[in-house]
Design a protein around this ligand. Structure first.
Ligand SMILES: N[C@@H](CCC(=O)N[C@@H](CS)C(=O)NCC(=O)O)C(=O)O
Length: 150
């Protein structure tokens, strides 16, 4: 039975980076909302009444922000779950902290190179693939640790 000390630096590191990532996901909503008002483009008729805007679903800048937001939702919730489960496997504190740090840095970089200052590929692919590898590593570690429990 593994006991988790919430005061352990590695757990605090997980909690810290989890909160950074949650705030980063919320930032996507704020950036999308800002772009909608700047471009006067909205997804629903009722949103257009005050600003006399348009309902539009193919604005390139807004769709880019939405794709970046969706990609966060395809990857960051898995980090929250797998990171917490990974802590129960008794990982090395320095490795776990490095994984949490690099994952967060990768996802912030992903947002920048996809939605804020688009850069040519493979920049975005690399910023996507490194966090994905970290999630995969943590998922496999959890899977293999508890495989014997069956
Ligand atoms: N849902 C993703 C799955 C694959 C993926 O996440 N690819 C990365 C690296 S190229 C990406 O940035 N895809 C663009 C996106 O999700 O909008 C897609 O449709 O592309």
């Amino acid at each position: 039975m593994v006991s988790i000390d919430l005061a352990a630096p590695v757990v605090q590191s997980y909690l810290f980076y989890s909160s950074v990532l949650a705030l980063k996901v919320f930032l996507m909503s704020a950036l999308t909302g800002k772009a909608r008002y700047q471009r006067n483009v909205f997804p629903n008729q009722e949103d257009t009444l005050i600003t006399k805007g348009k309902v539009k679903f193919d604005d390139p800048e807004i769709e880019r922000l939405r794709r970046a937001h969706l990609n966060d939702l395809e990857n960051i919730p898995a980090f929250w779950v797998l990171g917490a489960l990974y802590l129960t496997t008794g990982p090395s504190a320095s490795l776990a902290t490095t994984l949490f740090r690099v994952f967060t840095f990768g996802r912030i970089t992903y947002t920048i190179v996809y939605a804020i200052k688009p850069l040519p590929q493979p920049t975005r692919f690399i910023a996507f693939a490194i966090p994905l590898l970290i999630n995969t590593y943590m998922g496999l570690t959890v899977f293999l640790t508890y495989l014997g429990a069956y």
